[in-house]
Ligand binder design. Structure first.
Ligand SMILES: [Zn+2]
Ligand SMILES: [Zn+2]
Ligand SMILES: [Zn+2]
Ligand SMILES: [Zn+2]
Length: 496
């Protein structure tokens, strides 16, 4: 695979073929902010995490920013110096992150940021003024207007009276942040902050993305997920949302956050949409997904696979109750640290009703899986990961980096359960997918994934040797296990 990390965006691949995994754009940060809950855990400039070989040191003046080196501290000064002075004089002042981000951005624009241009190729470039603000929609939205008003007390402290923009200009800047900001991710792809990248903001959304955004420190890198005989920027798309959701949910999210509705292939796929809201067939010999329209009345339509009509009378009411319960918990979900007991209960209550490909089921199982892994319940985690495998593959697609991340997680769980050869197979599959989406120079690939691959290969080799020497039963050759799993996948695909 070609790695073009060192090539500037402006010279990238104009009228050249692009292969899956190639970098099509690199973008430098225009404005960034580390979440205040993570202060001290990451360098404020390069976003390297605190660890044994990367000791962070506090800003000597305010004590509220941490840096991994003198260089990072120096480079961060234009962004930090004014809020540093404010924090020094008001040690107990804790402004909201949104207000801090806006204040940094307003200072940046006053310090010559309006003139900064980022080139995408020979024909395209972006300045801050080019970013879409959706001013009219923001102004007409009571919710957005009152939110901006709620930020004013913090902004008045962070900005001098002459640098606080007029209401109309402030609303424009807020609108630009709202629709153009990126969520910063660390090496493990955990959200850690907010950022504006001028060049990357040119890329529009599709629920079926053909490009993927990753971060290398504070640099944003966009890689192609498809082959292009001749790269056409007008057709490059990234996804602004989680593809494992119903069309209605995706559309309302896009409108609420970005003021547009999506008309991509996925959004026009009615069969896929029906699958998001399904129950398991009522027949004891059939496990097909049967569509259930929550908003309709009357009985459930017969199963299209076996013709079964024997569904319980209160199925629709029960479905609505469970769907509402799941949605309530999803709204309060802490993605990094879901509550084990809550999600165990949700998943158990769905058991008899929801089909594994129902999105509310898949999301609930995913939350429980994370909670179980966090508690190191490796045996239960393996059962949950296997349960959700086909849903994740179905909703993200077999070559999407999110599916690659799932395979990585599955393989880690398998290693903990000493299922070495299937861990090896899943890691090899994950490697191909993640190299294309994140690049072989991403720490998650060259560090985490490679280390697990070495471990899985070594353990598999030892296991096979042992089975040859002692004739241990139950140890399969990796190829045998591979064939078994492939059969499993094709069965699932046929069913979906
Ligand atoms: Zn640093
Ligand atoms: Zn400081
Ligand atoms: Zn769409
Ligand atoms: Zn059936």
């Amino acid at each position: 695979m070609r790695d073009l990390a060192c090539v500037r965006a402006k010279t990238l691949l104009a009228k050249k073929a692009v292969k899956r995994g190639d970098i099509i754009l690199t973008s430098k940060p225009f404005c960034t902010l580390l979440d205040s809950s993570l202060i001290g855990c990451y360098c404020e400039y390069c976003f390297g995490s605190a660890r044994k070989d990367r000791i962070l040191r506090r800003c000597r003046d305010c004590g509220r920013a941490w840096y991994c080196s003198d260089l990072c501290r120096e480079l961060s000064q234009p962004q930090h110096q004014r809020e540093c002075a404010v924090f020094r004089s008001l040690p107990h002042f804790t402004p909201s992150d949104y207000a801090r981000f806006l204040a940094r951005l307003i200072h940046k624009l006053r310090d010559g940021g309006e003139e900064i241009v980022e080139k995408i190729d020979e024909k395209r470039s972006r300045r801050f003024r080019d970013l879409e603000s959706h001013y009219r929609e923001v102004r007409e939205s009571e919710e957005h207007r009152s939110y901006v008003e709620s930020l004013l007390p913090d902004l008045r402290v962070l900005l001098s009276p002459d640098s606080l923009p007029q209401p109309r200009h402030l609303l424009t800047i807020y609108g630009k942040v709202l629709v153009n900001s990126f969520c910063l991710l660390d090496d493990r792809l955990t959200p850690i902050g907010t950022s504006i990248y001028l060049g990357a903001s040119i890329i529009d959304h599709s629920c079926v993305a053909n490009a993927f955004v990753a971060f290398l420190g504070n640099k944003l890198v966009v890689r192609s997920l498809v082959d292009w005989p001749d790269l056409d920027w007008s057709r490059v798309r990234i996804s602004y949302l989680d593809a494992m959701d119903s069309r209605q949910h995706r559309q309302s999210y896009l409108y609420q956050h970005y003021f547009f509705s999506c008309d991509c292939r996925l959004c026009r796929d009615d069969a896929r949409e029906r699958l998001t809201s399904t129950v398991t067939c009522g027949s004891s010999v059939c496990d097909a997904a049967v569509y259930l329209d929550e908003t309709a009345d009357g009985g459930v339509d017969p199963c299209q696979a076996c013709g079964c009509t024997s569904f319980r009378d209160d199925l629709r009411q029960e479905y609505r109750r469970l769907a509402a319960l799941t949605r309530t918990h999803l709204m309060n979900l802490n993605e990094e640290n879901p509550e084990l007991e809550v999600w165990r209960e949700v998943v158990a209550s769905q058991e008899e009703v929801f089909h594994p490909l129902n999105v509310l089921r898949a999301k609930a199982v995913d939350a429980l899986l994370t909670a179980t892994v966090n508690c190191r319940g490796w045996h239960s985690a393996l059962a949950l990961a296997k349960l959700n495998h086909s849903a994740i593959r179905h909703y993200y697609g077999a070559s999407h980096p999110t599916y690659g991340l799932f395979l990585l997680k599955l393989a880690k769980i398998e290693l903990c359960n000493m299922a070495f050869s299937s861990a090896l197979q899943h890691l090899q599959e994950a490697e191909k997918i993640l190299e294309a989406g994140l690049g072989s120079n991403h720490p998650l690939v060259y560090n985490d994934l490679m280390w697990l691959l070495v471990q899985a290969s070594e353990e598999t080799r030892v296991q096979i040797q042992r089975s040859l020497m002692f004739g241990e039963r139950g140890v399969q050759h990796p190829d045998q296990e591979l064939r078994h799993d492939q059969t499993h996948h094709s069965t699932n695909r046929a069913r979906s």
